[in-house]
Design a protein around this ligand. Structure first.
Ligand SMILES: *[C@@H]1O[C@H](CO)[C@@H](O)[C@H](O)[C@H]1NC(C)=O
Ligand SMILES: *[C@@H]1O[C@H](CO)[C@@H](O)[C@H](O)[C@H]1NC(C)=O
Ligand SMILES: *[C@@H]1O[C@H](CO)[C@@H](O)[C@H](O)[C@H]1NC(C)=O
Ligand SMILES: *[C@@H]1O[C@H](CO)[C@@H](O)[C@H](O)[C@H]1NC(C)=O
Ligand SMILES: *[C@@H]1O[C@H](CO)[C@@H](O)[C@H](O)[C@H]1NC(C)=O
Ligand SMILES: *[C@@H]1O[C@H](CO)[C@@H](O)[C@H](O)[C@H]1NC(C)=O
Ligand SMILES: *[C@@H]1O[C@H](CO)[C@@H](O)[C@H](O)[C@H]1NC(C)=O
Length: 494
């Protein structure tokens, strides 16, 4: 047995998630799970409004022309006291009638039917989000509410995790979220959202929008009641109806106990104690490069070993990394735990598998400089963009070698590098729930940790997660340094 195989038999893994790309979704864009893509959708919406406006203008012109014409024919030809026979008995009239009927009227019909501009609207409509995408958006909002233990009333009024977003939710949005909660059997939360839809029935204020989008009040009332009855008692219908009329800022009583928070949720809410003040220093000893550009290095955990580096990616590099990525270049990132067919969409990602462009090469070299390890000849850099309420469930970066024998060739993921390319004002923290650690992304900083022990056993405490995004545009750059590349460089780190 070769050395590699022996080493690998020690690597086992209890649970993992792996990122894979879905080709099938390249054509059907899922906008929700990437802020970059949502920005594109916003462009599409703007174009739609522009086209609709010019279509309406053209339509208006047509209506004016038609009206003028009809007025004239009424006066000239039809508004006469002559009987029909009297009219056609005159050959001049007959000829005029013939010509009009043969030439003019068909023309008017094709004039009406010619809907210039409709085609562009069709094209844009084809790019609108599908039902799967809509569902992703609702999942994101549900996650934001659940992970951060927010009150529906506050969310609807734009008060999210202590921050005023200066926006309110309208009745149709409250209603669709209520239906979503209801479908997940979250009846108290559904009832809260139905009550908000009920209270916001007069929003939007625009009367036309209200006419088109306003939920049916009776339907909202009915669904509110049914939600209450799922967990309550039929004898209390009157009380439930009173609840509907109550001030919505008074929370509804949970008729079934609310589920306790998970470790991850506690971490996301900021309930972990602040990280211990370990070592913070300028490190310029690792490689010759660092003697020229010392690193601001912060050790934030000893076991597992986790370091935070400040100011390691330049703004110009960040601009280049995050700009100009087209829809075709980004792929869908999923989690996959190999045991279920259910895959979860988590973000949009662009990876470099080859030797990479210059910037990627520079960054990989920087990772090698920071760690003193070998970055290997493949960049395998992933640029990742999160979306509305998107998160990364708890997972480990080490691999399950039994499930993934193809990884034997390269070795396990010894180290993970995670470069934060943007600040995230709210949400989107990286958390290590097993060691009570929460790290909020800070533009230009990088996180670095060992996934496996010296004996290359998985380090179970390195399991980590990304909290649901609330506000901001979370871009990261990540890469794993593989174990075999380090065979003769870094066998031990302690
Ligand atoms: C995979 O997902 C299923 C269903 O959510 C879960 O029961 C199982 O524990 C997961 N397996 C791993 C290895 O995480
Ligand atoms: C048609 O007859 C009515 C009354 O019978 C009259 O008031 C009107 O002026 C006539 N119209 C024309 C175009 O002769
Ligand atoms: C809830 O479930 C119903 C029935 O399956 C479905 O028609 C509806 O679209 C779902 N609504 C939401 C918001 O998920
Ligand atoms: C994005 O692409 C445009 C056009 O190709 C180019 O001029 C611009 O410099 C690019 N921006 C970045 C940050 O790379
Ligand atoms: C610098 O970092 C390396 C590992 O990356 C570490 O071995 C070394 O002790 C650090 N130097 C100082 C002065 O902390
Ligand atoms: C990787 O790159 C190094 C130095 O550039 C080279 O010596 C080595 O042969 C390369 N290895 C492979 C597998 O391409
Ligand atoms: C994490 O926090 C919990 C509760 O605050 C505590 O019981 C536990 O010991 C902590 N774990 C670590 C590794 O610090």
């Amino acid at each position: 047995m070769s050395l590699r195989k022996v080493l690998f038999m020690f690597i086992c893994s209890s649970a993992l998630f792996v990122m894979i790309m879905g080709e099938e979704e390249k054509k059907v864009v899922i906008y929700t799970i990437s802020i970059r893509a949502l920005g594109e959708l916003r462009n599409i919406e703007n174009s739609y409004v522009e086209h609709l406006t010019s279509y309406v203008r053209a339509l208006q012109k047509k209506v004016d022309t038609l009206q003028k014409y009809l007025l004239s024919v009424t006066h000239e030809n039809l508004d006469s006291n002559m009987s029909r026979v009297q009219y056609v008995a005159n050959p001049l009239n007959s000829l005029a009638l013939m010509r009009r009927a043969h030439e003019d009227w068909p023309k008017w019909l094709s004039y009406i039917k010619d809907q210039e501009g409709i085609q562009q609207l069709d094209t844009l409509a084809a790019q609108m989000p599908n039902a799967v995408d809509m569902n992703e958006a609702l999942m994101g909002m549900e996650r934001i509410e659940r992970f951060y233990d927010l009150r529906a009333f506050d969310m609807a009024n734009g008060l999210v995790a202590g921050r005023h977003l200066d926006t309110r939710m309208l009745a149709p949005e409250c209603l669709i979220l209520a239906d979503f909660m209801y479908n997940r059997s979250e009846y108290t939360r559904a009832a809260e959202w139905y009550r908000l839809a009920w209270n916001n029935l007069e929003l939007p204020l625009n009367p036309v929008a209200r006419e088109f989008y306003r939920p049916n009040p009776e339907e909202v009332r009915k669904r509110f009641l049914i939600s209450r009855l799922h967990e309550g008692s039929i004898d209390q219908i009157k009380e439930y109806l009173d609840e509907l009329e109550q001030d919505p800022s008074v929370p509804l009583v949970y008729l079934k106990p609310k589920r306790a928070a998970t470790d991850i949720e506690r971490g996301c809410r900021g309930d972990f104690p602040p990280p211990p003040q370990l070592v913070c220093r300028y490190n310029h000893t690792t490689t010759p490069f660092l003697r020229l550009a010392p690193l601001k290095e912060e050790e934030i955990s000893r076991d597992p070993l986790i370091w935070l580096y400040h100011d390691v990616v330049y703004d110009s590099e960040i601009a280049e990394l995050t700009a100009n990525l087209t829809r075709e270049e980004m792929s869908q990132g999923y989690t996959d735990n190999y045991t279920t067919t259910e895959k979860e969409r988590i973000f949009h990602v662009k990876t470099f598998e080859g030797s990479g462009e210059k910037l990627d090469r520079d960054l990989v070299n920087r990772m090698a400089d920071i760690s003193g390890l070998l970055a290997g000849n493949h960049t395998h850099l992933a640029r990742i963009n999160y979306g509305l309420g998107s998160h990364f469930p708890e997972h480990a970066d080490y691999s399950d070698i039994k499930a993934n024998p193809e990884l034997v060739e390269e070795g396990d993921r010894l180290i993970t590098f995670l470069f934060y390319l943007t600040d995230v004002p709210l949400g989107g923290a990286t958390i290590f729930p097993k060691v009570n650690l929460t790290i909020q992304p800070k533009k230009g900083s990088a996180l670095f940790w060992y996934n496996i022990h010296n004996d290359w056993e998985p380090h179970l405490l390195t399991r980590h997660a990304v909290c649901p995004m609330i506000e901001g545009n979370r871009w990261i750059l990540t890469k794993s340094l593989l174990a075999y590349d380090q065979m003769f460089v870094k066998l031990c780190y302690k």
